[in-house]
Design a protein around this ligand. Structure first.
Ligand code: FES
Length: 138
């Protein structure tokens, strides 16, 4: 193999090596988002929503995880992990939102990433209680 062939082969191999890097990079940049235009209510007198009658209780409805933070304060965030789209859950021991797939951890109040691979925060929604009716909106 002469010098010209060597350079040509090395360039071809280098080009091939860049393909998986490019694929990995495009996967890394993909981010999953939660539902848009959220607007629904939960009746807390309904037994299906009883988890929200206890501070630290949580449930997932319409792609949103709702957590009762205190007597009158609720946190509502997208239930879709921004890393690869797994459904997140609330960990009452740590007080954080956790992703079971790769260990992503989010702040329950803000949705910001605390640790792990998620590239962006969870979308946050408003949750307002009036009587027994909790309204969750974008
Ligand atoms: S899908 Fe949630 S951390 Fe990977």
């Amino acid at each position: 193999m002469d010098r010209k062939d060597f350079i040509k082969n090395a360039f071809a191999l280098g080009g091939l090596a860049l393909i998986p890097i490019g694929i990995a990079e495009s996967c890394r940049k993909q981010s999953f988002t939660g539902p848009a235009n959220v607007n629904f209510t939960l009746d807390l007198s309904n037994s299906a929503n009883s988890a929200l009658n206890t501070v630290g209780g949580a449930l997932v409805a319409n792609g949103v995880i709702v957590v009762r933070a205190s007597a009158g304060i609720f946190d509502a965030l997208s239930a879709t992990c921004t890393h690869a789209g797994c459904t997140v859950g609330y960990d009452s021991r740590s007080g954080n939102i956790l992703c079971p797939c790769h260990g992503g951890t989010y702040n329950v109040s803000t949705g910001s990433v605390i640790s792990g691979p998620p590239p962006s925060p969870l979308t946050k929604y408003t949750a307002t209680l009036s009587g027994n009716i909790l309204t969750v909106k974008s």
